[in-house]
Each structure stands twice: as structure tokens, then as C-alpha cells.
Design a protein around this ligand. Sequence first.
Ligand code: NAG
Ligand code: NAG
Ligand code: NAG
Ligand code: ZN
Length: 480
Amino acid sequence: MMASYKPFYLAFFVVVSAEFVWKHHNNEELPLVLEEVHEKCPNITRVYALTEPSVRNVPLYVIEFSDSPGVHQPYKPEVKYVGNIHGNEVLGRELMLGLAHYLCDQYNYHDRHIRALIHNTRIHLLPSMNPDGWQLSTDAGGQDYLIGRNNNHSVDLNRNFPDLDAITFEFERQGISHNNHLLKDLTRLAAPLEPETRAVMRWIMSVPFVLSAAMHGGDLVANYPYDESRSGAPVSEYSASPDDDTFRELAMAYASAHADMASGSRAGCRISSDDSTAYNFGKQGGVTNGAAWYSLKGGMQDFNYLATNAFEITLELGCQKYTDERDLEKEWIRNKDALLAFIWKAHTGVKGIVSDDSGFIQNAIISVVNITGSVPRPIRHDITTGAYGDYYRLLTPGHYEVTANKPGYFPVSRVVTVPRHQTSAKILNFKLEPTTSWFDDYTTFGLYPHGLRDGQPRIYKRSIYQQITDSILDHKETKH
Ligand SMILES: *[C@@H]1O[C@H](CO)[C@@H](O)[C@H](O)[C@H]1NC(C)=O
Ligand SMILES: *[C@@H]1O[C@H](CO)[C@@H](O)[C@H](O)[C@H]1NC(C)=O
Ligand SMILES: *[C@@H]1O[C@H](CO)[C@@H](O)[C@H](O)[C@H]1NC(C)=O
Ligand SMILES: [Zn+2]
């Protein structure tokens, strides 16, 4: 009789051993935690590494959650979280490991909300983008404000992305309306790309992310684009993107679901004990425009928005950069609802598929005019359709005219109302008709690439896009 209980004890033992412990996980333990989660939840997870490791050859591991791991499915937005881009800012790294365990456990406990989230979203968690910096910072006792911030080439990874802000600002000045996927327009790199940056760029360019957040430490605030000021002013210049309202709402979604990020009465963060200028961002709802705080070039957040369809914000998760180990679990409890609420934001706005009689249309352009107020206002940032002709257009509640267009087709516009409290984006599909079915030459109808209007100037510069994308795009993610 006893023998028949053995498998039960064995199974019980495996589950217990996979229980998550709140502590600082080193670079060897990190992939083991992800593997544990994968073993508990093999059907809804996949562990993989980005195309390139860090300078010191540490793989950049990702765990993915989806009901169909490894596969993009139309109508299912993709979301990512990136932790530990600054090696000495460590909370995001542990929160990602904790979140991975939590998503898996709740899924297995049949938590209705988590099941709905995973069945409708593809979620990627990169706990550490800078494992070398983490090691240096940890070896130094995790106390210093700067040691371990950079990668092993002493480069700040959050300054190492191509500066596409400069390009979009230049187009604005010239009245050119081309406003998305600007990597094509890059003519020079300010600095060589670090391996960690390259790996993340390839990832960003190859997965159709809709929503993203990067995790830092040193303050408590959700920061949204642009990070770079238009004038070059180093501080206090609000630098609105065309999606300013949407970004504010995304940042507020995190801040207001956090224990006290949005609290006006908490203390501000001090850089040193005699620092009396500590400002509490909670007084402004726990959010800030990036450049209104301080301006930076080459950040990952603006790169996501200007090179791809992804909307990324930057989370400063607390005053302490190297969080005390004994505070990790408490910080998880303070961030848990916010981490989930933010992922749900991928399900706001409108989404759909653009097709013609013969199938999906890739790279169709989705442009939006806000018709909520008395004056229609174009949102000058277009989204493009992906491999299945699918698009995801994050928007705030209101009324919009959405247009699908592609050279060679007649554009189609539809009016839509985005309601409050969405848990699923409004579906708006488009069927386009080729102009060739009517006329041989569509160019006489004023369809220009990138929404250029007739007579508008176009900058002609030798683009290094081909050079960059050749090296970036034709790599596939390598499996762990
Ligand atoms: C994974 O899916 C298979 C087939 O549907 C099922 O038999 C199995 O129980 C699932 N495993 C877990 C851990 O959910
Ligand atoms: C690079 O890594 C090595 C080995 O861990 C370390 O000794 C060295 O200080 C690091 N250099 C920088 C600039 O981080
Ligand atoms: C559209 O306009 C309304 C009213 O001005 C505003 O509340 C809303 O946030 C705008 N939407 C976007 C996405 O800018
Ligand atoms: Zn940082």
C-alpha cells in the first residue's frame, strides 16, 4: 500500500523545491529559476536567450508566457519587461523572477484573470540586460551609486541606442510627416553599439511588441517619452511625443496601481543625506515626461517608439538602487498589481487585421485622427501592420478616425469610439482594394510613402539603414 504513495511524495517534493525564494539571484541562478518556472508550466512558457551574450559572455535570458509559446498570434499583443539595464539597479531583475513564478503558479491555480491575461497576451520578461554590471556592483557590496551601472566596456546601455529623437525632431522642423520606423533614416551612429544593445535591438526589431517597460532604480516614478528635449536643454523641458496622452495614461496605469508611487504625501528620494532638494513625483501622480525631468540621448525608451510599433515607458522603482535583500518581497507586494495592470494596458485602444482579397497585408500604415474634441487632431505617429496584417493601436478613451493605407491600395477610414476600462482592444478590421483594379497608375492619386503630402520637401541622405538592418535583422533568436 505504501508504495502507491511514493509518486505523490515525489511530485510534492518537486513542487516544494521549485518554491521561489526572495533573494538576489546571481548570474548562474537566474537561468535556473527560469527553468524551474518552465518545468512547472511547460505548456505556457519558453526560455530563450537573445542573439548575443553580454561582453563577459553571459547569455541574456528571457522567459516568455503565452498559450502558444514561440509563436506570434494575430490579435494577441506582445508585451515585454526589461530589468537591470543598469547593473546596480537590481529590483527589476528580482521582480521579473518573482513575476515569472507568480504567473505560472496562478495559471496552475486556475486564477481567472491570469489565465485570461496569458491566453490573450504574449509576455516576455528579460530579468537582466546587464549581468556584467550586476556582477561588478554585487562584488563591490551593492552600495555604490555608480559602480556596475555600465556594461563591462564602461558604456551606459541606456545611452547606447541610436538617437532617433534627433531624426524625428529634424523632420518636425522641416515639416516632414514621416514619423515612425526611423531606423531607416539613420545616417550615423554616435557610438559603436554594445553587444547588449545589439541583442536587444535585434529582439525589438524581430518581435512585434506593442507595449514595454524598462526597470530602473534611484527614484520612484513612471517616466514616459520623450526622454530627449527638443532644444537640447538638459533639464525641465517637457518633450511631448505625438502620443503624449496615451503615454501619460500608460505611466499612470503603473503609478496608480503601485503601493505609493502616486502618493502625494510620501517622501521624495534623496541622493545623499544632506540633499534637501528631494522631490516627490507623487505630487504629480507618480509620472513624469522624461525630458521634463532631465534630457538624455540614446535611451532605449524613445528608441522603441521611434524604431518600432512598441510603446515603452521607464519605471524608477524606488530610491534605493541596490535594494536590500530583506526588502525584496515587500517590494514585490508593492509592485505586483502595477506589473499586472500595466500588461493589461496592451488591451486598450483598437486592433485589427488589414487584408485584401488575396490575404493579409503586411506593412500597411495605420494612421489616426483624434476627433473627440471640436477640432480634429491628427496623432502624428503611424503604426504598421505585422506578419499577419495585424496591428495594435494603443489609444485613450475617445473618438477616432482610423485609416488603413498602403501604396497601391485605396485608403479606407473608419470611425471608432474607444471606451473606458477596456480589457480587450476594440476590433477594427480593414479590407483594402488595390488601385490597379481601377487604374493602371495609382501615383496620380497622391499616395506618397510615409504620408508625405504633395510638394513637401524630402531629405535625401545616404542611409545606413541597410547596413544596420542587414546585421540586425537576419539573425533569429537563439533558443536557450
Ligand atoms: C500540458 O498540455 C498537455 C496536453 O494538453 C496536458 O496533458 C498537460 O497536463 C499539460 N501540462 C500542464 C503542466 O499543464
Ligand atoms: C570587466 O569584468 C572583469 C571581470 O569580472 C572585471 O574585473 C572588470 O573590472 C570589469 N570592467 C569593467 C569596466 O566593468
Ligand atoms: C483625444 O482627445 C481627447 C480630448 O481632447 C483627449 O482626452 C484624448 O486623450 C485624446 N486621445 C489621444 C490618444 O491623444
Ligand atoms: Zn537606471
